[in-house]
Design a protein around this ligand. Structure first.
Ligand code: 0WD
Length: 257
């Protein structure tokens, strides 16, 4: 029996087979969780529907986190399928306009780019937590998001997204304090670089991958399977004592001086 048997998980952020959320879905399905999925745009819908089919799910809901009405509608609709609640929320969503992260930090900095990066990449976690809260209370629930080392170090080419990820990691701590008394844990995985659609927007990404392969303690980059397995563990009762944490799944890269 898998260690997520009897758990229900809502997974956001599948944009392709390479998405980190796909690795998370795979691991959670293997461990026996019942899954539901969201898609951001109609263009992504068929991909998410075929992923859902693969994992035996028929719950596929539209969700653009920039739209309050869609957030509300998503959980209202989910409640029709899972009327007595659900256990796991995976937030694997981030966005900043490409020019906002290119070049030097100030090159792409505008009030609007700052607002968009924070809205989609950080605010959305708390907005989803707030909307999901009534359906997750008092059932050993878990909320998990994805961050990156650029939240705490000034990494070349990450720029505004690093500032948004710092906000995201801080949100994890405040949410953990707020929701802990209701039995809801909130954590983040800080993943090493993985070639996905989102990563394609980062200048010099191939160079970053090469640098990690040469220098990380494990002398390799991580895979979506590596991240998926840790996500499944952190979302399960095996991690019942862990909340407000950022766990690195990065082949050890973050420990280097
Ligand atoms: O190296 C990497 N790939 C790392 C990614 C290292 C460390 C962390 N992460 C994070 C990302 O910042 C993100 O938070 O992991 C999370 C998932 O990213 P991913 O799997 O790397 O990227 P991708 O497959 O592109 O999925 C991210 C998806 C979007 O895809 P696109 O590429 O179409 O923007 O986030 C979704 C969207 O599907 N997304 C939204 N979902 C709902 N509403 C929105 C939105 N407004 N904007 C983006």
């Amino acid at each position: 029996m898998g260690f997520l048997q009897g758990k229900r998980a809502l997974i956001t952020g599948i944009a392709s087979e390479r998405s980190i959320a796909t690795g998370i879905a795979e691991a959670m399905h293997r461990e026996g969780a019942e899954l539901a999925f969201t898609y951001q745009t109609e263009k992504l819908r068929p991909r998410v529907e075929s992923a859902a089919q693969e994992y035996g799910s028929n719950i596929v809901l539209p969700l653009d986190v920039a739209d309050d009405a869609q957030i509300e509608a998503c959980f209202a609709e989910l409640g029709k399928h899972w009327n007595d609640g659900f256990d796991i929320l995976i937030h694997a969503i981030a966005f900043a306009p490409r020019e906002a992260i290119a070049g030097q930090f100030l090159d792409g900095l505008t009030r609007e780019n700052f607002a968009i990066a924070h809205d989609i990449s950080a605010y959305s976690l708390s907005a989803l937590a707030k909307a999901a809260r009534p359906m997750m209370q008092n059932r050993k629930a878990s909320i998990l998001t994805l961050s990156y080392l650029g939240a705490e170090r000034a990494l070349v080419g990450y720029n505004l997204m690093g500032v948004a990820k710092a906000s995201l990691e801080s949100s994890v701590r405040y949410l953990a304090c707020n929701l802990g008394p209701e039995g809801i844990r909130v954590n983040a995985i800080s993943a090493g670089p993985i070639k996905t659609l989102a990563a394609a927007g980062i200048a010099g990404f191939r160079k970053i991958l090469g640098h990690v392969e040469e220098n990380a303690p494990l002398r390799r980059t991580v895979t979506i399977e590596d991240v998926g397995n840790v996500a499944a563990f952190l979302s399960s009762d095996l991690a019942s004592g862990v909340t407000g944490e950022v766990t690195y799944v990065d082949a050890g890269y973050n420990i280097l001086g």
